[in-house]
Design a protein around this ligand. Structure first.
Ligand code: FA5
Length: 372
């Protein structure tokens, strides 16, 4: 810094001369205008308005001027520094706006662009197995019939020969739909797919061959083999001259489709109000094929060494049900059978807990293959 100047002689402090200050200002403004990026502007700020910039250094020289000259020089340099800093601020704003615009364009996500990584989903095996089974029967001339999941009690029980006080209503723990006053509405969440039999018999011409896959509901606690929501598939045929032999044939076709050909089936007496006679259907264990029941044979987890696996309920349509649907039981007879799809899937694929079929984990579904 120069020594204090007792006389007014601005020329002695060359850096404070008007011409020099103007030159510094012009250089600073030119550098600011030339800055094309925020980084370049930062460099220009450092060079022309920073602590070591010519203007700041000249400003530090003011004290070297004679007192009478300081005010004028201070004003001149102050005006210049203000002009430079305004130019810097204005340029900063322009460059920031340009940067923001550029970011918006360069970093925009085009949601219409195709993307090449699509993790494959998988249809749920309950769906695919249900459809495959239905397809087997469709290929045999059966039609798909569907009904509502919120069903009138009459279809779910009464027409199926299950009157209000019949213990069978308790056999299938029913979820009743409340009416507006909180009392019974006459509607239930269907406990089985059998009400679709009634709907089919009431609306379709005879002879009748239908297959009905669908969701059912029961007021049951969830455990390894029971679920409050599950799927059944049901087969119904009504024609002239149908007998238990036809029922056996249909059951065997189902087992062949689901488990492969060559497994024997067995019918044992059972009770269902809507079929008479009724039976439960078992099939030969597809894993041990009965070997576990022979002396010294290996234990079988799938059939618990019984050699047989229970699969379905079945029977000849009860004449009372035919009458409820306006069908002459002296001319027509029918057979029906129904089973749980999850349980069949569990047997078929060795799934030990029905909850695995409910959780919707795609890793479980994928293990069954990805089907379109
Ligand atoms: C019935 O529901 C009869 N409607 C079946 C029928 C149809 C018989 C036609 C005669 C003629 P059942 O209550 O046994 O029957 O149930 C049939 C199958 O549904 C069972 O064998 C089982 O595989 C499945 N099922 C029943 N309850 C559950 C449950 N809570 N969770 C999973 N599957 C179930």
């Amino acid at each position: 810094m120069s020594a204090p100047n007792k006389q007014y002689d601005p020329v002695e402090v060359a850096s404070l001369s008007p011409g020099e200050i103007t030159r510094m200002r012009d250089e600073a403004l030119a550098a600011v205008a030339a800055a094309g990026t925020l980084d370049e502007l930062k460099a220009a700020r450092l060079a022309h308005a920073g602590d070591r910039s010519p203007l700041r250094l000249a400003n530090a020289e003011i004290g070297a001027l004679p007192p009478g000259a300081r005010a004028e020089a201070g004003k001149r340099i102050g005006t210049t520094m203000r002009a430079v800093s305004q130019a810097l601020a204005a340029r900063q704003q322009v460059l920031e706006e340009e940067r923001d615009q550029r970011v918006l364009i360069e970093e925009a996500v085009d949601v219409t662009l195709p993307w090449d990584h699509r993790p494959p989903g998988a249809r749920h095996p309950v769906t695919t197995v249900g459809e495959r089974l239905a397809d087997v029967f469709v290929s045999m001339g059966y039609e798909i019939a569907e009904g509502p999941e919120i069903e009138a009690e009459w279809y779910n029980f009464d027409a199926l020969n299950i009157p209000p006080d019949h213990p069978a209503r308790e056999m299938q723990d029913t979820l009743f739909v409340a009416g507006p006053d909180g009392g019974r509405s006459g509607m239930v969440l269907r406990t089985h797919t059998s009400p679709v039999q009634i709907r089919a018999m009431l609306t379709r011409p005879l002879p009748l061959y239908v297959v009905s896959p669908g969701r059912c509901y029961r007021n049951e606690a969830q455990d390894a083999t029971h679920s409050p929501v599950f799927h059944q598939i049901e087969c119904l045929a009504v024609d002239e001259g149908l007998t238990m032999a036809d029922l056996r044939g249909a059951v065997q076709a189902f087992v062949d489709a689901m488990f492969g050909e060559g497994l024997r089936t067995r019918l044992r007496p059972d009770y269902f109000p809507f079929t008479e006679p009724s039976a439960d259907v078992s099939m030969e264990c597809h894993v041990c094929r009965g070997a576990s029941t022979r002396p010294g044979g290996p234990a079988c987890r799938v059939c618990r060494s019984q050699g047989w696996i229970e699969l379905a309920g079945c029977g000849m349509v009860n004449p009372r049900v035919l009458i409820a649907c306006g069908i002459d039981p002296d001319r027509y007879s029918g057979f029906a059978f129904g089973l749980g799809i999850e349980r069949a899937l569990m047997v078929r694929h060795g799934v030990t807990d029905i909850r695995d079929t409910l959780e919707g984990d795609v890793r479980f579904s994928r293990a069954f293959g990805v089907e379109a």
